[in-house]
Design a protein around this ligand. Structure first.
Ligand code: OAD
Length: 230
């Protein structure tokens, strides 16, 4: 019985039609990170930031989970050990694909957060900067997204799962953003078997024991079938 921790990034949703960040024509080629993905950018121009995430929310709502999302849900349902899925993605394609044991370490588009009292509630499809918080009434709604300079969610739970992992897989992530890019080093340190499943080797690709290169809709179902065969 093996315990598995899986980290996913934008590449797993690419074939569902959701733009990645660091492709040549990706989101970070179209928008300045410091404008739309930092607390300072939100402070300077909250409308611009809220509009950026409104567009991401609309794009996620019109996308469907693909074979890679569905395969990971199948792994969780059928594997006898623990399977924890940690995603950097803010779309909800993993949950719509059937995954349940899931951590959104960078937040979620379908959640709103009060900047004053930390209350969370389901985000409307179109948020407006200054929407009132349903709990404290402060006009302080913000997207429930972890921006650069903020602490990703549930790090303690993630490192606890990695400390018990036999297998660590990273899928569709470029290995540029920490702390997620550091998970492979931690998994290797405790002796887990590590595999990178990506279109191309990532920035931390040399730290993995194995690599499976290709589009996620092919590689992930193949990998899951192999694990379930034992
Ligand atoms: P990136 O856009 O940096 O990387 C996406 C990775 O997916 C690349 O290595 C691609 O080669 C790979 N890829 C693309 N299409 C694929 C496919 N069909 N199958 C398999 N792999 C594919 O996205 P992330 O690594 O997720 O954070 O980015 C990490 C974080 O940076 C994001 O969560 C976001 C961003 O800034 C915040 O906004 C806080």
């Amino acid at each position: 019985m093996s315990n598995i921790v899986i980290l996913t990034g934008a590449g797993i949703s690419a074939e569902s039609g959701i733009e990645t960040f660091r492709a040549e024509t990706g989101l970070w080629a179209q928008h300045r990170v410091e404008d739309v993905a930092t607390p300072e950018g939100f402070g300077r121009n909250p409308d611009l930031v809220v509009d950026f995430y409104n567009a991401r929310r609309a794009s996620a709502a019109s996308a469907d989970p693909n074979a890679a999302h569905v395969a990971l849900a199948r792994l969780e349902a059928e594997h006898t050990g623990d399977v924890l899925l940690v995603t950097q993605n803010v779309d909800d394609l993993h949950e719509r694909g059937g995954s349940q044991n899931l951590i959104h370490m960078h937040g979620a588009l379908n959640s709103a957060l009060c900047a004053v009292c930390d209350h969370r509630w389901p985000a409307p499809m179109v948020m407006a900067a200054g929407d009132p918080c349903p709990a404290c009434a402060a006009p302080a709604a913000r997207p429930d997204i972890v921006w650069f300079g903020e602490m990703p969610y549930q790090m303690e739970r993630i490192f606890e799962a990695i400390s018990r992992a036999d297998i660590f897989a990273a899928i569709g992530t470029s290995g540029n953003v920490y702390p997620a890019a550091g998970f492979v080093a931690e998994a290797a340190r405790i002796g887990a078997q590590t595999i990178e499943i990506n279109l191309e080797p990532s920035a931390v690709g040399s730290q993995f024991d194995d690599a499976l290169l290709g589009p996620a809709t092919q590689t992930v179902p193949d990998w899951v079938a192999q694990i379930l065969k034992g």
